[in-house]
Design a protein around this ligand. Sequence first.
Ligand code: SAM
Length: 240
Amino acid sequence: MRIDVVSIFPAFFDVLDVSLLGKARSAGILDVRVHDLRDWTHDRHRTVDDTPYGGGAGMVMKPEPWGLALDEIAGPPAPDAAAPDGPDAPIIIFPSPAGEVFTQATARELSGASHLVFGCGRYEGIDERVFEYAKTLGSVRLVSLGDYVLNGGEVAVMAMIEAVGRLLPGVVGNPESLVEESHEEGLLEYPSYTKPSTWRGRDVPEVLLSGNHGAIAAWRHEQQVERTRVRRPDLLRETD
Ligand code: SAM
């Protein structure tokens, strides 16, 4: 999978060289290219923001550098309106607190794409026309990490790249561990324990030491349902 990221703080993404994603990059599973938006500015100050039309607090990211960046990374614009939805068209994702909420289902969906482009906003966000223009280059998604406001899109994009990247074949050693995780079946994961069986007066649940695989599976499922009921009852309502 190819991933392009455009940001005014490319150093945020240096951590993509470590851990499993770092290995996936070295192995060629993940081709991540991080770009500095300011490389597409042409003035002495490498300006990427300006005051908002209509007034108001804060600055807005100018459309011109974004247009040039997207043309180079995701372009050129398709000659006909239908083409950007084709299998080779990139998915262009703009992190935004005003977007659809990113979930495990979103991560699964995006993990099937061949080319993702992430555009990190800063200040009060990006000039709205950029999102419209991007639709001529690929399919566009505005995606939120959750109902809170970050200073910029970089942390959100890091989270999305990690959630998507770990679903690619060969990134996580044991693919079975991906299936049993929280949110894969609409439930939270069951509690996990390792050795020693007694630690500071606390015992591992007896059933896990029994060797009875049926009983263990039943216990784990009960734990998943109970944990989800207590911590995230909204998830149970979604699966009703
Ligand atoms: N004025 C915007 C609003 O109220 O919707 C918030 C702008 S925020 C300070 C700057 C940038 O941070 C956004 O353009 C977006 O890229 C990113 N961002 C902030 N919160 C986010 C969230 N919850 N999920 C994804 N991206 C977020």
